[in-house]
Write a new protein. Structure first.
Length: 131
């Protein structure tokens, strides 16, 4: 703990004064507050073209939700779909059918080799694509 009048040596002597302690405390508090308020990952939704087996092609909003590639797609009058990457090429799927509640979809979604924008469900064969 630093105290007024203490001398610190970092290649040269620095005498700690009350005003320096106050400034140091203010800087430390400000940095801690900024870090606490900064989300770990923030992405803005982008306009995209989407496809789902049930709804066909439609204009949508695409939002990346983490660094691994998880995303959500939304469009007025359509369910919101969320794919959360579990490992390379494999995701869990969720949908909100307008209730505000995310419902787990059966099976896993596997990324398509032919079109990397598309994912196909291992059980239902339903497709979700976003370009």
């Amino acid at each position: 703990m630093l105290a007024t009048g203490q001398v610190i040596t970092f290649g040269r002597e620095i005498k700690i004064t009350n005003s320096k302690l106050q400034l140091l405390a203010f800087v430390a508090f400000t940095l801690a507050a900024l870090l606490a308020l900064t989300p770990t990952y923030t992405a803005l939704a982008k306009s995209a073209r989407c496809f789902t087996t049930d709804d066909g092609h439609y204009d949508c909003q695409f939002k990346s939700t983490d660094k691994e590639g998880s995303f959500e797609i939304t469009a007025k009058g359509k369910p919101k779909f969320i794919l959360i990457i579990e490992s390379s090429g494999i995701a869990s799927g969720f949908a909100d059918f307008g209730t505000g509640r995310n419902v787990s979809l059966p099976g896993q979604y596997l990324r398509q080799i032919e079109d990397r924008a598309c994912w196909i469900n291992s059980q239902t064969k339903a497709r979700i694509c976003a370009w």
